[in-house]
Write a protein that binds this ligand. Structure first.
Ligand SMILES: Cc1cc2nc3c(=O)[nH]c(=O)nc-3n(C[C@H](O)[C@H](O)[C@H](O)COP(=O)(O)OP(=O)(O)OC[C@H]3O[C@@H](n4cnc5c(N)ncnc54)[C@H](O)[C@@H]3O)c2cc1C
Length: 420
């Protein structure tokens, strides 16, 4: 690599969000690099390309279609036709159906591992530079560029860029380095994930069951398996993780009931501490923060990555617009256009997610009665149900080109030149 190479865009973090942004911009003439701390070119992979199961909503399905990735994802994606929501030991329930959305499915269930592998495959055939394993260390402004210091193979190196995108996850070093405040709530809950095999067919129904210890979700997978996301109080995590398989299944059966028959085989358990956090400033000169680095959500409504992908759709669009207009991709105008399009969506989804966790993790009797009536009213009132389904599908967000399922790879850039 030459000394101090200059990029138009450096993306710190090659997780699902950073890699998706690179995929969205791969057909532009921009010189782009991803700096990723984890190994990339071996069998090892970035930490979030793991066994967690992601429920992609309709907006994400459209965005991945626009990115030209859906055909790679589809063979391993299981459609969700219905979502059954219930409150353990109480009368309330509601059923959401793909007909309420007017789409073949409410969403699709796919492993983070498969999403990550599909992204890596598409980036391997692009001109994006992947600098990995390498860590972001420091950032300094110089004229119209940023100097980014990284470490790779124990050596420090400086790269220059017109725009730095921080997609380095919930503990973002870029955010910390810039002193950007992060409003966070620790729910004292941990998600335990694991695949289970069912006795009865799941019929592509996803289940969200609120229990006194926290929400429990079962997402349909291929071969009549389900992905379990079980939220427990953090001080009980070690105990639940240490249970032998039979006791674990028995306890799960007690919480969920027998609607799907007996839970049978189970896969490996993994645990993730849960919190909500949201940044208070989205940009600094020539820097923008996206994905979990900007907002980390409880998985109660399966919205974290879906929202991060809409950050990608909005940001890639303003970058392409500034490129077409012959403007600087890192300018204040570009970054403010992104904030104007994406901040309302981020606020809305973090507020809804927080409200769901607070309301459904609370056993205050009047609130329990109110939330059960809420579930029944939603079930009985189709316009309300349609509104809810549309919001959770991500379709009320800014209608970027990608969110409308339109590609970003077929734009003609003519004689547009970039910095390099
Ligand atoms: C149990 C569970 C279930 C979930 N289910 C869903 C779901 O159903 N639907 C949904 O939409 N979302 C879901 N999510 C949320 C989703 O997993 C995250 O929102 C998403 O993975 C965030 O991606 P990201 O790329 O923003 O961050 P990350 O995945 O954290 O990626 C950040 C990347 O940055 C790299 N990095 C960090 N520091 C540096 C540095 N200094 N230099 C270079 N690189 C660095 C890391 O190695 C990493 O690869 C779930 C989360 C959990 C925990």
């Amino acid at each position: 690599m030459p000394d101090n190479p200059i990029y138009d865009i450096i993306i710190v973090g090659g997780g699902l969000v950073g890699a998706s942004l690179a995929a969205a911009l791969r057909a532009t003439p921009l010189k782009i690099a991803i700096i990723e701390a984890a190994p990339w070119f071996t069998d090892k992979r970035p930490p979030s390309y793991d066994d967690r199961i992601i429920a992609l909503n309709d907006a994400s399905h459209k965005i991945f279609s626009g990115l030209g990735l859906w055909e790679k994802i589809a063979p391993e994606a299981t459609p969700i036709k219905q979502i059954h929501i219930s409150d353990q030991g109480h009368f309330g329930f509601t059923n959401l159906d793909s007909k309420d959305l007017g789409a073949p499915a409410l969403g699709y269930v796919v492993s983070a591992r498969h999403l990550g592998e599909s992204l890596k495959e598409i980036l391997a055939n692009s001109s994006i530079d992947i600098i990995a394993p390498a860590k972001f260390l420091d950032i300094n402004q110089s004229d119209n560029l940023l100097n980014i210091e990284i470490t790779q193979n124990k050596q420090r190196q400086t790269l220059q860029t017109r725009l730095l995108v921080a997609a380095d996850g919930g503990t973002s070093k870029v955010r910390q380095h810039l002193g950007i405040k992060n409003h966070s709530i620790d729910y004292g809950q941990t998600a335990i994930i694991r695949n289970v095999t069912l006795e009865y067919p799941h019929k592509n129904v996803a289940y969200e069951r609120f229990t006194p210890s926290g929400p429990l979700a079962l997402l349909p997978l291929q071969n009549n398996d389900c992905a379990l996301v079980w939220t427990v109080a953090s001080d009980k995590t070690d105990e639940v993780m240490a249970l032998d398989d039979q006791t674990f299944l028995k306890s799960l059966q007690q919480q969920f009931g027998w609607r799907l028959g007996q839970f049978r085989q189970i896969g490996q358990r993994h645990s993730y501490p849960l919190q909500l956090s949201r940044i208070q400033e989205h940009t600094r000169p020539r820097v923008v923060i996206i994905g979990n680095a900007a907002h980390t959500l409880h998985p109660i409504a399966g919205q974290g990555f879906n929202l991060g992908l809409r950050d990608v759709a909005s940001l890639s669009e303003v970058i392409i617009e500034s490129l077409e207009a012959g403007e600087d991709v890192g300018s204040e105008i570009t970054l403010q256009a992104y904030v104007a399009r994406q901040e309302p969506d981020q606020q809305h989804i973090t507020n809804i997610t927080n409200m769901l966790v607070q309301v459904f993790s609370n056993s205050f009797p009047p609130l329990v009665v109110a939330r059960n009536f809420g579930l029944l009213v939603t079930d009985a009132f189709p316009p309300l149900k349609k509104l809810l389904v549309r919001r959770m599908a991500g379709l009320s967000a800014y209608p970027s080109r990608l969110l409308c399922g339109l590609p970003t790879t077929n734009i003609k850039y003519g004689n547009i030149t970039t910095l390099n």
